[in-house]
Design a protein around this ligand. Sequence first.
Ligand code: FEO
Length: 170
Amino acid sequence: MKIPDKLLETMNAQVTAEHQAALIYTQLAYSLDGLSFPGMSGWMYAQAEEERKHAKMIADHILARGGDVELGTIEIPAMAVKSPLDAFNYSLEHEQKVSEMIRNLARVADEVGDLDSRSLVNWFLSEQIEEEDNVSEIIEQIKLVGEDGSGLLRIDSDLGARNTQAEQTR
Ligand code: FEO
């Protein structure tokens, strides 16, 4: 079924938002690299890759149903990152915004009675719970070690193990 206009517009906004998220994570990767936390920086790069995959999943859905994908203007907010905690707080703040956008997408899909997008939208609803949970857990760990350098370096090393493939795209 052709995607109803209102839903198509909301989906396109989500494709744009996922690319914006990728850029935000890329910026956070640069900032953490600048603070000498290569593992955390790598985690952010991997996250940026994941956001591009999210954008592609929605774009592919639009295209499969004969719709046009149109990216909107992308701006990223200024982020003052002076510590790993700052970086992950920005990440959580952004994920919470994305979660709200996905809930809105679900509401619009319901409103226009679009069943064909349901499995895609449900996947994203679950994914956002996981995304927020992952970042919240890292924030808790960082708070736990506080100013302890060796603790921060251990977290850096753990997060660095996440995905070396993403790092290779730098
Ligand atoms: Fe595409 Fe981090 O949510």
